[in-house]
Design a protein around this ligand. Sequence first.
Ligand SMILES: Nc1ncnc2c1ncn2[C@@H]1O[C@H](COP(=O)(O)OP(=O)(O)OP(=O)(O)O)[C@@H](O)[C@H]1O
Ligand SMILES: [Mg+2]
Ligand SMILES: [Zn+2]
Length: 507
Amino acid sequence: MGYARITAVGLVGVTGHLVTVEAHVDRGQARVVLSGLPDAVLGQARDRVRSALVNSGFHWPDQRIAINLLPASLPKHGSSFDLAIALVLLVASGQLPPPLIDGIVPIGELGLDGRLRPVPGVLPALMAARESRLRAAVVAPGNLREAALVSGLTVHGSPDLRRLTAGLAGQGEMLPVPELDAESEDHSPDLADVVGQDAAKRALEISAAGGHNLMLLGPPGVGKTMLAERLPPLLPRLDDASAMEVTAIHSIAGQFEKRAALLRRAPFQAPHHSASMPALVGGGSGVPRPGALSLAHCGVLFLDELPEFRRDVIDALRQPLESGIINIHRSAAVVRFPARVLLMLAANPCPCAAPKPADCECSAMARGRYRAKLKGPLMDRVDLHVRLQPVGRSALLGDEPAPEDSRAVAERVSRAREAAAARWESAGCGRIPNSQVAGARLRARPWRLPSTVLGVADWMLDSGRLSARGYDRVQRLAWSIADLAGRDRPDENDLGEAVELRLGHKV
Ligand SMILES: Nc1ncnc2c1ncn2[C@@H]1O[C@H](COP(=O)(O)OP(=O)(O)OP(=O)(O)O)[C@@H](O)[C@H]1O
Ligand SMILES: [Mg+2]
Ligand SMILES: [Zn+2]
């Protein structure tokens, strides 16, 4: 007869929540009752833990066992509670003394042989433990690198349950967290590799400076994909809070192993158009996982060959593009993942993708259907539209001056971002980029631009060629153009360029 409890961590979205795991072993008919809103995986924990205990040389109490996870209202899923359940059972059944597990947060899945297996989401779980002033945790060896990112918490690893309990009792070695490697060298592609395409490069720079969504339209082989891959390195490096958040998202998606360090560079996600809805926006059966949309948080989501994407996928992007958050609805709860991305789109001008418009073989109907996919509510959220032309031979053969490299452009972007952040902070909006400033703020004093500057935009709004959303978005763009030029306010030329970029042609 006995009772024990231990603190574990459950994840909801990217946030860790403390969960108390308690066990009561009592005389009576041998059976196990697991309560506290467990999902199917958690139900299987019972069978895994039973085998793990027996195969580690412990015995399974043939008594009445009650295991409860608190708070009941918190949805719990996944196999990361295995270790907590095993330890709490060992104490409740008198096989381990209670002080051994005192103040320890166990995170890990158990194999049937008692081996400790890594689980996704260890970083946000440990962050939650640290915030609650818990001092020590144990994880699987495969999670130690990730655990090393959280300071202020003692973390140990152990390969299996037997050695873990020996280690806790001071009768064996535990594995320490490894030293963090220095950040790997930057091998991101450089803008200097792209010949010509000055208009597109200019748009890339403005996009990076203000966080404006961008669309490249052009025939095959002119450098659209090349340019897209060169956008993230123009964005500022992630600050501590963003780096933790972005890394936590990748951790929950089970993509930490590949990186094994805190992500400091703006992420880049280029999902294929055939990718499933959960792979793109998040969700899936079982534990909800972040999709490409959230993996690109604080970075770039690139949809190459946009018209090939399914309509429902495109529609699902609309709301998160405005709010920066994706809500995934589940029967038990709504799971939220951060999704503040810079959207970059690319497409050919028509389905046959002829190099020159004159060579196009598409029927008028096919062209019309294709064009229709390039319109609509998603496109209204794209501020920069660029049409690319094939690069001339003399440019490709290097007869023109060498293009600027990414470092030079990134420096201008960084100065522009700093100017914008300082301005909007002084206005009480926080350190946001221009793309995130509320329309009402732009239209009110002291930020409202005079009609001498707004002229073209006013005329286009009146004549219906700009939507109300477009009108605000053009102004945000003009602020970014002014920030890049080091002007403290946009002038009429900045606004003119903004309108041209918004409409994708000269006005
Ligand atoms: N402007 C350019 N400067 C240098 N190389 C280029 C340029 N445009 C294309 N290339 C070369 O052509 C290849 C294809 O370019 P990229 O994949 O970016 O074209 P794309 O516009 O995305 O074409 P598609 O519509 O077929 O996807 C590049 O890998 C590069 O070698
Ligand atoms: Mg391409
Ligand atoms: Zn065509």
